[in-house]
Design a protein around this ligand. Structure first.
Ligand code: FES
Ligand code: FES
Length: 175
């Protein structure tokens, strides 16, 4: 997987409280709303999000290999399966439920970049981060590298890469 992807921030206040049932919880800003997430010592951010009903973030390997669980944590793309939920108290998380930019969604559809859809939430988070962060025009190599942490078993990647390149070009031309 991509080498520049964070695999588990360790900062955070760890200011856990607990539910009436005694489960430790943390307060996390998810897509602009404060949510209370379960956070035992072994709960990953992926599991905490999904347990809170935010099931758009998928997970498969839970070992940092597939990227399907990608979310943005304090501005950094991370594999949420590798982030301990208890480190997220007071932090900001963006998930696929935040939405997909219309131009990116259209381009992915036009290029046949969504087939079974399992990888799509993580792919969208990675593509969005790449598009938002690039200084100059994206090259094919930069897109390939930027999405390297996200595995797709269906598309062969070509359509996904074409879609991201197209969106980058259109945005640069003010479309
Ligand atoms: S489920 Fe997190 S990288 Fe695969
Ligand atoms: S569309 Fe099926 S895994 Fe990517």
């Amino acid at each position: 997987m991509s080498t520049d992807r964070s695999t588990g921030p360790t900062s955070g206040s760890n200011g856990r409280s607990s539910t009436d049932l005694g489960e430790p919880t943390v307060r996390v800003h998810v897509n602009g709303m404060t949510r209370e997430l379960g956070a035992t010592s072994t709960t990953s951010l992926l599991r905490a999000l999904r347990s809170a009903g935010l099931t758009g973030t998928t997970g498969a390997c839970e070992q940092g290999e597939c990227g399907s669980c990608s979310v943005v944590l304090d501005g950094a793309l991370v594999c949420s399966c590798l982030v301990a939920a208890f480190t997220c108290d007071g932090r900001s998380v963006t998930t696929i439920e935040h939405g997909v930019a219309a131009d990116l969604g259209d381009a992915l559809e036009r290029h046949g970049a969504v087939q079974c859809g399992f990888c799509t939430p993580g792919m969208v988070m990675a593509a969005t981060t790449l598009l938002d962060r690039c200084d100059g025009a994206l090259t094919r190599g930069a897109v390939t590298e930027g999405l390297a942490g996200n595995l797709c078993r269906c598309t062969g990647y070509r359509g996904i890469i074409e879609a991201v390149l197209e969106v980058d070009g259109l945005r640069r031309n003010g479309a």
